[in-house]
Ligand binder design. Structure first.
Ligand SMILES: NC(=O)c1ccc[n+]([C@@H]2O[C@H](COP(=O)([O-])OP(=O)(O)OC[C@H]3O[C@@H](n4cnc5c(N)ncnc54)[C@H](O)[C@@H]3O)[C@@H](O)[C@H]2O)c1
Length: 347
C-alpha cells in the first residue's frame, strides 16, 4: 500500500505515520511545508527507513502537487496539512485561508487527476477535519454527521469550507472522498501552543497557567493514537461521500484538565507549592465555543471503531512522555514559541 500523508510532520500526522508504518507493506510519503508547527524530531526514529520519504513542499503549490501525486500514485491520500491553532487564526487569518482552503483545493485537484488517469482500485482521499466546524453546543446534545455547519473562528470557518470542497469533489467529480470530523486530540508530539502541552510545560517552568474566561468550556478528548486508528479504518472501509464523526466520549472542562495536569505533576515533580497555585484566569478568546461533544455511533456501527484509551490514563501517559522527551520540546519552547498569549482581540 502506498500512502501519501499531508501534514505528516505535525501532531496527528506523525501519529498516523507511525501507525501506517506498523504494516510491513506500507510505503509512506509525507508532504509537509515544515511550518513552525512541524518538528523534524517527530519523524527522526524512522527517517532512514527506505519505505518512508519526506517531501518538503507547500500544498498550495498546485503544479507541484499535481506532479507529486502523479509520480507517487498513492492508494490513499490522508489530507491533514492545515493551519490549526484557533488563536493564531484570530491574529492572522490569511495563512488559514491559504492552506486550509487553497491547499485543500490543490490536493483535491491533484487527487482527481490521479484518480481519473490511473483509476486505482479502492482509492480513497481521506479529508481530516474537526468537530469545530459545527460551532458551539449548549449544556445538552451531541454533534453527529447530520449536524449543520456553524463555525465560529477563522480556523473552523476555513476547515468548514475545506469540508464542503471535499464533499463537492465527490458529488461533482466522483472522487472517492471520505471526511472525518474529530474532537480534540491529545498525546505525544503536540506543539506546545495547545492547551495540554502549554499548561504542562508552563507548570514545569513555574510560569502562570492561563485559563480562558471562566474555564468551563467543554471539549471531548480523544487520544491521538485512537484517532490514527480511526483514520485507518475510514480509509479501509469508509463509504465515499460520507462523513464520520470521531470522538473520545470524554467530556472535560478546561479547568478540569488544568487541575488534572497539576495533580499529575505534583506527584511526579513536587515543588514547594501545589502547581494549582500557578492557575491564572485570563480574558476569554473572542468567539470561544462553549461546548463540543461527539456522538461517534456511526463509525462504531458501520466501521467497528471505538476509542480504546481511558482519558485519565492517556493524560498520565502524555505527561510522562513530555517529562521523558525534553529533547523534543525544549527547542520549540526556547526558539519557536515560549507560551505567550495569542489571539486576544481588544474590544
Ligand atoms: N489537533 C486536534 O485536536 C485536531 C482535531 C480534529 C481535527 N484536526 C485536524 O487534523 C489535522 C492535523 O492537525 P494537527 O493537530 O496534527 O496539526 P499541526 O498543526 O500539529 O500540524 C499541521 C502540519 O501541517 C503542516 N502544514 C501547514 N501548512 C502547510 C502547507 N501549506 N503545506 C504543507 N504542509 C503544511 C505543518 O508543517 C504541520 O506539520 C488538521 O487538518 C486539523 O484541522 C486536529
Amino acid at each position: 500500500m502506498k500512502y501519501l500523508v499531508t501534514g505528516g510532520a505535525g501532531f496527528i500526522g506523525s501519529a498516523l505515520f507511525y501507525r501506517l508504518m506498523q504494516s510491513p507493506e506500507a510505503h509512506v510519503t509525507i508532504v509537509d511545508k515544515m511550518t513552525y508547527a512541524a518538528n523534524p524530531a517527530s519523524l527522526a526514529p524512522l527517517e532512514s527507513d527506505p519505505r518512508f520519504r519526506l517531501v518538503r513542499a507547500d500544498i498550495c503549490d498546485l503544479p507541484r502537487m499535481m506532479d507529486l501525486v502523479r509520480a507517487e500514485a498513492p492508494d490513499v491520500i490522508f489530507h491533514l496539512a492545515a493551519e490549526t491553532h484557533v488563536d493564531r487564526s484570530i491574529d492572522g487569518a490569511g495563512a488559514f485561508v491559504q492552506t486550509n482552503l487553497v491547499g485543500t483545493f490543490a490536493m483535491l485537484q491533484a487527487a482527481r487527476a490521479h484518480f481519473e488517469q490511473a483509476r486505482p482500485a479502492g482509492f480513497r482521499f481521506v479529508h481530516v477535519s474537526t468537530d469545530e466546524v459545527f460551532g458551539s453546543l449548549g449544556a445538552e446534545g451531541l454533534f453527529d454527521e447530520t449536524t449543520a455547519y456553524d463555525p465560529s473562528s477563522p480556523y473552523s470557518a476555513t476547515k468548514a469550507g475545506a469540508d464542503h470542497l471535499a464533499h463537492a469533489w465527490h458529488r461533482t467529480y466522483g472522487l472517492p472522498v471520505v471526511v472525518s470530523n474529530c474532537s480534540n486530540n491529545y498525546g505525544p508530539r503536540q506543539f506546545p501552543e495547545k492547551l495540554i502541552p502549554l499548561v504542562l510545560l508552563n507548570a514545569l517552568d513555574g510560569k502562570p497557567l492561563p485559563v480562558y474566561g471562566d474555564g468551563l468550556n467543554v471539549r471531548d478528548w480523544l487520544h491521538v493514537e485512537d484517532h490514527a486508528d480511526a483514520l485507518v479504518r475510514i480509509a479501509e472501509a469508509g463509504v465515499p461521500g460520507q462523513s464520520y464523526a470521531v470522538g473520545g466520549n470524554s467530556e472535560k472542562t478546561n479547568i478540569e484538565i488544568v487541575r488534572l495536569i497539576c495533580s499529575l505533576l505534583d506527584a511526579r515533580r513536587p515543588s514547594k507549592k501545589p502547581h494549582t497555585d500557578l492557575i491564572t484566569y485570563v480574558i476569554d478568546r473572542p468567539g470561544h465555543d462553549r461546548r463540543y461533544a461527539i456522538d461517534a455511533g456511526k463509525i462504531k456501527r458501520d466501521l467497528g471503531w471505538a476509542p480504546s484509551r481511558k482519558f485519565e490514563q492517556g493524560l498520565a501517559d502524555t505527561v510522562d512522555w513530555y517529562l521523558a522527551n525534553a529533547d523534543w520540546w525544549r527547542p520549540l519552547r526556547d526558539g519557536v514559541y515560549a507560551g505567550d498569549r495569542l489571539g486576544k482581540v481588544e474590544a
